[in-house]
Design a binder for this molecule. Structure first.
Ligand code: GTP
Ligand code: MG
Length: 179
């Protein structure tokens, strides 16, 4: 049976592997407090219809040069050449002030016409005032993206506090309709 791919991407250390483990209810994806743990893309079976793809993180110094080229190739193959690629979740760390590389990445996706949703990770980490400020900033940024990208779905998650799973899983269910 054909299985479609749902990819998780974001800055190194944003919590991609932790979130995939949380969604799957296992500890299958390797996590680390040292950025750059996931070096290639790994596939994990979600159900009979979908696999989850854990992508290497971007924006980490050691992923420059030759590794950067490998990363670009993985993105090229998945986003543009793979007919089984169905959806992209971009993970953004809600506990830190918005950083440029995430903004540039969302802009690049928009320009490349790659449909995505955003998951704000680590909502347990910042003080509530900072969390609110960061989320409001991003809401504004995403809302201003051209075409229909400003209407991108957004989710809040904490793998530590086990929050956000229901909403993300419900959204993945809606993707069945378009495959
Ligand atoms: P790379 O594979 O290096 O790109 O990183 P990643 O995005 O897969 O991140 P990973 O899941 O390995 O997590 C990175 C660090 O963030 C680890 O120390 C995790 O324990 C921590 N972390 C992940 N999720 C959460 C969360 O919800 N809250 C908090 N406070 N920390 C988290
Ligand atoms: Mg990882």
């Amino acid at each position: 049976m054909i299985k479609y791919k749902i990819a998780f991407i974001g800055r190194s250390n944003v919590g991609k592997s932790s979130l995939i483990n949380f969604l799957l209810g296992t500890a299958i994806a390797k996590t680390s407090k040292h950025p750059g743990k996931t070096r290639k893309h790994d596939l994990f079976s979600y159900n009979t219809k979908f696999d989850l793809v854990d992508m290497p993180g971007y924006g980490f110094a050691k992923v420059e040069g030759i590794k950067r080229q490998i990363w670009d190739k993985i993105m090229q193959e998945l986003f543009f050449d793979d007919p089984l690629f169905k959806h992209l979740f971009v993970l953004i760390d809600s506990s830190i002030k918005p950083i440029k590389i995430d903004q540039e990445f969302l802009t690049w996706l928009t320009e490349s016409n790659i449909y995505f949703s955003v998951i704000f990770t680590k909502i347990d980490k910042a003080k509530s005032k900072e969390l609110k400020e960061n989320l409001e900033w991003w809401k504004n940024f995403i809302g201003l993206l051209p075409n229909n990208f400003g209407a991108a779905n957004t989710f809040l998650a904490s793998s530590f506090l086990k929050k956000g799973k229901g909403e993300i899983k419900a959204f993945i269910e809606t993707l069945r309709a378009i495959v």
